[in-house]
Each structure stands twice: as C-alpha cells, then as structure tokens.
Design a protein around this ligand. Structure first.
Ligand SMILES: [Zn+2]
Length: 82
C-alpha cells in the first residue's frame, strides 16, 4: 500500500523534467531510458521517448561543454617577431 503521495525519490532542488511537462529552458536533453538526445526549445512540451512512447520518459539536460573556453589549444603557433 502506498502511504505517501510521492513515488519519486527525487525531491528538492533538482527537478527532472518528464514527458508532458513544459520546458522552461532551451537546451539539449537526453532520455535516461535509452539515451536519445533531443533539442527542446523553451515553451515546448517534453515529448515521449522515440523508442519508448508508452513509458514515462525522464529528460536529463545536457551541459553544453562545447560552448565556452577550450581547455586545450591545438594551434599555438605564435610568431615571436612580426
Ligand atoms: Zn527510451
């Protein structure tokens, strides 16, 4: 018997979006069930997983590690004298 109202273990600050919910922030999201990556714009409802349309799909936001400063410099050719 269920004594509580929350089946989710997740509680608190980190809200994990699921299908059917409104997306608040543009970004790339990845389904936890099979790792399908999609781009969801702000104001768009999270869709079902393309591989698991009948299940509750949790979309985990991916960090944009492509955006930002690169940790390595591949081309570091600098002429000492011009
Ligand atoms: Zn899936």
């Amino acid at each position: 018997m269920h004594a509580g109202g929350t089946d989710n273990v997740i509680a608190g600050e980190s809200h994990v979006p699921q299908n059917g919910e409104d997306n608040e922030k543009f970004g790339v999201y990845k389904s936890l069930c099979c790792g399908a990556e999609i781009v969801i714009k702000a104001g768009t409802i999270f869709p079902d997983c393309p591989n698991h349309p009948k299940l509750t799909t949790i979309w985990k936001p991916l960090l944009d590690d492509r955006i930002g400063s690169l940790p390595e410099e591949h081309e570091s050719e600098s002429d000492p004298a011009a």
